[in-house]
Ligand binder design. Sequence first.
Ligand code: BGC
Length: 816
Amino acid sequence: MFGRSALFATASAGLLSISAAQSATNGSVITTDSPFYGQSPPTYPAPEVRRDGLFAESVAKARALVATMTLEEKVNLTGGVTNPGNGCGGNIPAVPSIGFPGMCLQDGPAGVRGTDFVSGFAAGIHTGASWNRTLAYSRANAMGGEAYRKGVSVALGPPVVGPLGRIAEGGRNWEGFSNDPYLSGALAAESVHGIQDAGVIACTKHFIANEQETNRIATRDGNKTYQSSSTNMDDKTLYLWPFADTVHAGTGSVMCSYERFNNSYVCQNSKLINGVLKTELGFEGFVVTDWFAQHSGVASSLAGLDMTMPSGATYWAGNLTQAVRNGSVPEARIDDQATRILAAWYELGLDSDSSPGVGVGMAPDLLAPHTIVDARDAADAEVILGEAIEGHVLVKNVNNALPLKEPRAIALYGYDAKAPDYNAPSPGLSPWSISLQSTDATSPICGFYGLVASACPPFPINAPNGSIWVGGGSGGNTPTYFYSPFQAFSERAFQDGTQLLWDFENVNATSTVYGNTEACFVFINAMASEGIDRSGLHDDFSDSLVNNIADQCSNTTVVVHNAGIALVDAYYDHPNVTAIILAQLPGQDSGRALVDIVYGEISPSGKLTYTVAKNESDYGAILSPYRPSAQDAIYPQDDFSEGVYIDYRAFDAQNIEPRFEFGFGLTYTNFTYSNLRISANSSATLSQYPTDGIIPGGHADLWDVVYNVYADVKNTGEAIAAEIAQLYLGLPGDGQPIRQLRGFDKQWLNVGETVTMGFPLRRRDLSTWSVEAQQWELAPGGTYKVYVGASSRNLPLTGSFTLGKSGNGTAGGYWK
Ligand code: BGC
């Protein structure tokens, strides 16, 4: 069995095993979902928000207000309406009688999307690669500030912690930080704090196991309806870990996802919402649907759903009022829905008179003249550039090809060096509004509308019409400007008097290289979007472009802007490819950040948050999304049978050598590791299972630090640079992954400097989910292996500790 400790988790009555889904169908074509009933156990009633919790004061205010409201008014708070007065993606109507001005919900995870005078922040994948908690906080705080000034009440991400990145070709993996749950959760928690400290409700999405775009929404073909894919898993695999981090951080809302889970739509899945989220994790905020992800009225309300978007009219509104009047839904449930929504609103101070008006800066029609609300703050410029820099990952650098050494002549190649040809809004779901200017948006848009997959053309692997700084879809952004690599190199050439040559036109990749060129840069990309999964992790056109230039240029640096995993093996061994940068998705300051790095103004400091394989096939069955057969076409059954063995856990378990392992990244200096210290926290007492009550995020004692690990890291090279030291644990017990990330620390080091990196280990970091006990469990007498180093496969320091077996005492000694 798999350790839920690694990724994931769940509560009381366990979820059924996957085999139940398979055997229920008996091999015949599935035309009804009745054989699956009960696979997601009914969990009722919906828990009322607690009055003595994290949001206690706000809950008290909300309850007092709700007590004054009519049933209709309360129901109105629970469903979206169209508001012609603003351009918000979702609106909750005002309730004038109680002085509630309404709410604006707007994407997204990399900045306020689809409007003007906002910044284009680096995408999640890029921020993840910085492994920088402070930066993750500052980025989210800056983003929250922009949302606040635009009158956005609920920022729909960050954080995105689902998809986590199970499927290597997943269309939306780039929206989140990493496919490792520990790293994802750590940066997601910072993001919640960052957004909410700016006075905006964070919406953590997409709950839960929303791991692919293919069949994410129900589709109609003539008179046939194909249901969303059902993500089937046992109760150890549940992708919960990073959600727990965000609940612990106090996220005001959580978005339930499109797909079915163990054959029950997530937004009406009582086990997941009432059971896991609101009971096991003690979530005190409200649950909102993904757009059009509601599939029932009474059932979804009883299952714990609090708000539906973008419209209440389909299932709730008058229907919900009627459901209360005829006794199908207790009014107390509506009270709790309204209380949770208003409590989050109070908690973030959105009731304040000084709050900007709801949606005030979200012009409904950008093509018509409108009042400018400039949401940007000049003070955020450093954060925006800083995150852009820190997410670049240098993965090859032969003989210190980089940084450049005052080159006289540089040549640039490739379709990804220059800005796309337009940055101009057009109405509706346009390529501009979802950051798809550099490619053909047909297939993602087709996916948005839920057309059958066969009607949507495959999505091109690269975006050939210009550089990409973010992926496509609701996670995209619409910056005021885009600083392309070409522009940044041009400015540097102006400054230094460099001869700059370029050829972005030669689409057959047979460009010829100017004789005195000292360094060639080839820009390619790997695009991904919401709405459709990727159709590969490399493309032949880009690879041959690189090889053709490298054949002619002895010092070729490849820059890949990648919205997900990008393979490099087609050119990795080319002797003239002297450097490769996985430049990911840096946001609006892309070119500036890159030029600062390649000219050595700052050392690269990013590391990979996923595994780059040598071949696509190394990812095995979870390379590509699940595509149903004729048997399960109507009720697709996507079994997560690999358990927690995704990415490096799978590569480690199967002993597959990656091209670049999880956690890998180079810089302009070298580091050595020494002096591993492991100490038990003498004030932490332990028992096999947690004993404290539930706080947001789970049992309070799961969050206690029980061990501390330290290691010394020395900068032995010749450049100031940052190191990201990583701690992995080998947990005791059968069936555990060989290693799992359980700590990281990033610090900048001067030449010759030694610093101590610290890794606090919480009880949850040492625990695995026990199916029998339905609890997080420590291993009495178990030996925990400790590995510290520079990546998941470069771990020079090893040690271990053993938990005590009995008695009362400390972590290293005894048990309660
Ligand atoms: C996406 C969400 C997004 C919503 C509103 C949906 O298609 O899945 O992530 O927040 O649209 O734009």
